[in-house]
Design a binder for this molecule. Structure first.
Ligand SMILES: Cc1cc2nc3c(=O)[nH]c(=O)nc-3n(C[C@H](O)[C@H](O)[C@H](O)COP(=O)(O)OP(=O)(O)OC[C@H]3O[C@@H](n4cnc5c(N)ncnc54)[C@H](O)[C@@H]3O)c2cc1C
Length: 443
């Protein structure tokens, strides 16, 4: 496949293409309404310097390239094997890197494409359409790890970590959750105490454990959150970049066995007096809340494209089947009750798609991140994806219940999005709180 880097000059060209005629395929997946004006340049703290939003044509071209990659590298056989083997196909990391997908939002001088969040959502959606779990591991690497370093790393940290991560030589992860601290992440118990090692280097000793960490069993570099001031609540947390390679005191206690997302390795990590040099601090001392909260909005947005791909995958398996399968002498797709389910699936998918891409486009074009829309996009898409996957199983009848069809895998994968990256309940709380803040003057 030709390098995606050719898209960057395309994206930097004059932004007039949203007015161009779309191809029929592009028109079918085009997002209908945007309330934002296109701007050629603006100062955004969430994009590389000089970022220019890609045009509709650039994004369509990217989508076609990801689809081509997925057809070649993430076939149904690969997706089914990842699910069955409970493992990620390791050779895929370098292929994802070579294709340019691992650094979609990162600076070009460290191997990224600097294409922004609409582009990241497109890659996430199309990979999820091929395999929900491979895409989840992809997002943990490219968004939770790479983009966090891109946004909060020093130039030295970016130069050290991002080239290896964007090339797929290293696997990235983010470790925030603990057995006792999921939704209430600020209650985490992991500590980082200032210390000096035997060579006199200043740094921090990390102690504690992290739970449910995507890519944890294989990660080479992990963004780890710990308490540097345990009594200060959200004002006492710091983020660190931990290199795991033969690191004394660090171990993956176990690789977890999951109902879905089985191709995405999840681990419980143990830190027993792990020394981290002071220059591996990400962001400022006791400043992790800023890193964490700003990261969470963008994480929710990019992950909302996961359920979009899974809904498309459910349509992909259902539509041909119901048009071929005959009962009572008629394709079952011609029965009104079946048509009703197909219509509901399609409408839910398209509505979710519109919300995600409208939110991503607003961020790319104005730099303005609305917390309630990032949480809203994933809340809506995740719940709709579970519904679509259930409808898909129902429409496939007995075959829907068989593991030889992908429908049950799609359902098992989709359910994760109502839990991971904050549960549906927490997302509703986040949306409510954003309104409470906006209308505080009336209380
Ligand atoms: C496959 C997978 C991958 C993951 N990957 C990562 C990762 O890479 N890095 C990482 O740090 N974490 C990761 N997680 C952890 C994930 O973010 C947490 O599981 C999630 O935030 C929920 O936390 P919990 O499991 O402790 O549930 P709990 O917080 O114990 O919630 C249990 C139930 O109570 C509800 N609840 C909790 N608080 C409230 C409230 N205030 N109001 C209403 N309802 C509430 C929840 O919505 C839920 O229904 C992953 C999890 C999974 C399953």
């Amino acid at each position: 496949m030709s390098s995606l880097r050719s898209l960057r000059p395309l994206a930097q060209s004059a932004i007039t293409s949203s007015c161009r005629r779309l191809t029929p395929r592009a028109a079918a997946t085009a997002i209908p309404v945007y309330a934002v004006q296109q701007q050629s340049r603006y100062a955004s703290s969430k994009h590389p310097k000089g970022f220019t939003p890609p045009s509709a044509d650039d994004l369509e071209e990217l989508r076609e390239r990801v689809q081509e990659f997925a057809r070649r590298e993430v076939s149904e056989e690969v997706a089914a094997a990842a699910d069955k083997n409970n493992d990620f196909p390791a050779s895929l990391w370098s292929k994802l890197g070579e294709a340019g997908f691992l650094g979609i939002t990162a600076d070009e001088d460290v191997g990224g494409l600097g294409l922004g969040y609409q582009a990241h959502c497109i890659v996430m959606e199309e990979l999820s359409r091929a395999s929900g779990s491979i895409a989840l591991s992809y997002a943990a690497h490219s968004q939770l790890c790479v983009n966090q370093i891109q946004l909060h790393g020093t130039s030295k940290q970016k130069a050290k970590y991002l080239p290896k991560l964007t090339a797929g030589e290293w696997v990235g992860a983010l470790a925030m959750s603990e057995t006792g601290a999921g939704s209430d992440v600020v209650s985490m118990q992991m500590t980082a105490k200032e210390t000096q090692d035997v060579d006199g280097r200043y740094g921090y000793l990390l102690n504690g454990s992290k739970m449910w960490i995507t890519n944890g069993p294989y990660a080479d570099v992990i963004v780890v959150y710990a308490k540097t001031k345990p009594d200060a609540g959200s004002k006492g947390m710091t983020a660190f970049l931990v290199e795991t390679g033969s690191l004394p005191g660090f171990s993956c206690a176990r690789k977890l066995d999951k109902m879905g997302m089985r191709g995405s390795p999840t681990g419980e990590l143990v830190f027993d007096n792990v020394f981290v040099p002071a220059d591996r601090m990400l962001g400022s001392l006791n400043g992790a809340t800023r890193v964490l909260m700003s990261g969470l909005d963008l994480e929710r947005l990019v992950l909302s494209a996961g359920p979009l791909g899974l809904m498309q995958a459910a349509m992909d398996v259902t539509l041909p089947y119901v048009h071929q399968r005959k009962q009572f002498g008629t394709p079952v797709a011609h029965f009104q009750l079946v048509q009703g389910k197909l219509a509901d699936m399609y409408t839910k998918m398209q509505a979710s798609r519109s919300y995600t891409y409208a939110t991503a486009r607003a961020i790319d074009e104005t730099g303005n991140i609305r917390t309630q829309d990032c949480a809203g996009a994933i809340l809506y898409a995740a719940e709709r994806a579970t519904e679509c996957a259930l409808d898909s199983i129902q429409l496939l009848g007995g075959m829907g219940y068989m593991e030889e069809m992908p429908a049950s895998r799609i359902l098992r994968d989709a359910k994760l999005y109502e839990i991971g990256a904050g549960t549906s309940e927490v997302r509703r709380m986040v949306i409510g709180r954003a309104f409470n803040k906006e209308y505080a003057h009336l209380a």
